[in-house]
Design a protein around this ligand. Structure first.
Ligand code: ASP
Ligand code: MG
Length: 408
């Protein structure tokens, strides 16, 4: 007998918000086994239940968020509810199935409660159950640290559980079912011309992580590092989704794959700092100490021995970042300016690598719309501009046309 192929399927909370939905998804899982697959299922908590648990905790302790060990145990229960209900539903449909918590599934993590990272997976138990021909339903988003405590992987962490299990079990691929039909060339809410992609490379997906399916970037990174293909599709339809996989140059027919937008951008400029070694590091250290991530950084060349240093943060971090800059000691500067109502607009595509001309085309499209570019950065596969938030819609529409993203 040839060994059956294995697939890991993950279902998100919005696909599991009622018992009717759970029952429908159970049918979907069973149909996969009928195609000759062994199936490991990873589930998120039902609907908004993680948010509801957080709110319950804050009702009994306004400091609950800082009591991270207890919060992790509490939040892990959301996934226990959905995994056991899914298993009961599968059994009701005469399928052999068993639920496993993250701990029972052998998922080991570091000790960072609330955003733990998977260190290892002991697959023995899952393997044993698969050998008995069971569908194994694993509670996503959780694991065990080496002190014997339950940890969670951070919001949206079930995607990471799924891809990590697919890697550990050597699955054919990881399938992520969600409430959108796949990955689009750009945000379909901005232009109806946005087109669903059949495939996209891991690298491009990492750049576009904010589009369409809000994929957890950690899970994409895992897919990239271990070369585990990730298929993203809708839980509710049978439409073909998008395959995220290792790119092969032979497949590149288009240089630009998509347009990514992030409207949660603010900037800070520290004016008139000395142009000398160590200043950039000193300016940014208080931010990293506080866990504030910075994105685009621009430093101008100096003419008089001083320079302006500008970087972006998410809007919600602006206030804290400004106050940290205000309390910098030992650094002289003229003043600090902050800017809001900004957005990040990027064109993304593996095919742009080493091909000139894409930046100038992007900039001339923006200039024809009279859109001012505030900042620019590039990577090998991305050209990013910071522009005014109000200019986003028209810019996306024009760039989508200019790079002919509508046509397959
Ligand atoms: N239930 C968790 C959350 O809402 C994990 C997940 O959905 O992946 O963040
Ligand atoms: Mg969720």
């Amino acid at each position: 007998m040839t060994r059956k192929k294995l697939v890991v399927q993950k279902y998100g909370g919005s696909s599991l918000s009622s018992t009717d939905q759970i029952s429908n998804i159970a049918e979907k899982i069973i149909s996969k086994t009928k195609q000759g697959y062994m199936v490991v299922v990873v589930v998120s908590a039902m609907g908004d239940s993680t948010d509801n648990l957080i709110s319950l905790a804050s009702q009994v302790n306004s400091n609950a968020n800082s009591i991270t060990r207890e919060m992790d145990i509490l939040l892990s229960t959301g996934e226990l509810v959905s995994s056991t209900l899914m298993t009961l539903s599968l059994i009701a449909k005469n399928k052999k199935a068993i639920s496993l918590s993250g701990v029972q599934a052998g998922i080991m993590t570091d000790s960072v409660h609330g955003s733990a990272r998977i260190s290892d997976i002991n697959i023995n138990r899952i393997q044993e159950e698969l050998n008995k021909d069971s569908i194994v339903v694993v509670a996503g988003f959780q694991g065990l640290n080496n002190l014997g405590d339950v940890t969670t992987l951070g919001r949206g962490g079930s995607d990471t559980t799924a891809v990590a299990l697919a890697v550990a079990l050597n699955a054919e691929r990881c399938e992520i079912y969600t409430d959108v039909e796949g990955i689009y060339t750009t945000d379909p809410r901005i232009t109806k011309k946005a087109r669903k992609l059949d495939e996209i490379s891991f690298e491009e997906m990492l750049e576009m992580a904010s589009l369409g399916a809000k994929m957890n970037p950690r899970s994409i990174e895992l897919g990239l590092v271990y070369n585990m293909p990730v298929y993203v599709a809708s839980s509710f339809s049978i439409e073909q989704g998008t395959l995220i996989h290792r790119s092969s140059n032979m497949e590149i027919r288009k240089a630009v794959t998509g347009i990514a937008v992030d409207k949660n951008v603010a900037k800070i400029t520290v004016k008139g700092v000395m142009d000398q070694p160590g200043i950039a590091a000193e300016l940014l250290k208080p931010l990293s100490d506080e866990g504030i991530s910075i994105d685009v950084i621009v430093q101008n060349t100096s003419s008089d021995g001083t320079t302006d240093f500008t970087y972006t943060v998410s809007e919600s971090n602006l206030e804290r970042a400004v106050s940290l800059m205000g309390s910098l000691d030992g650094i002289n500067y003229k003043n600090i300016e902050s800017g809001i109502d900004l957005a990040k607009l990027s064109i993304v595509g593996t095919g742009m690598e080493n091909s000139p001309g894409y930046a100038s085309k992007m900039f001339s499209v923006l200039s024809s719309l009279n859109v001012n570019i505030d900042m620019i950065t590039t990577s090998e596969i991305r050209i990013t501009t910071i522009i005014n938030k109000n200019d986003i819609e028209k810019s996306v529409v024009a760039l989508h046309d200019a790079f002919e993203l509508e046509a397959p």
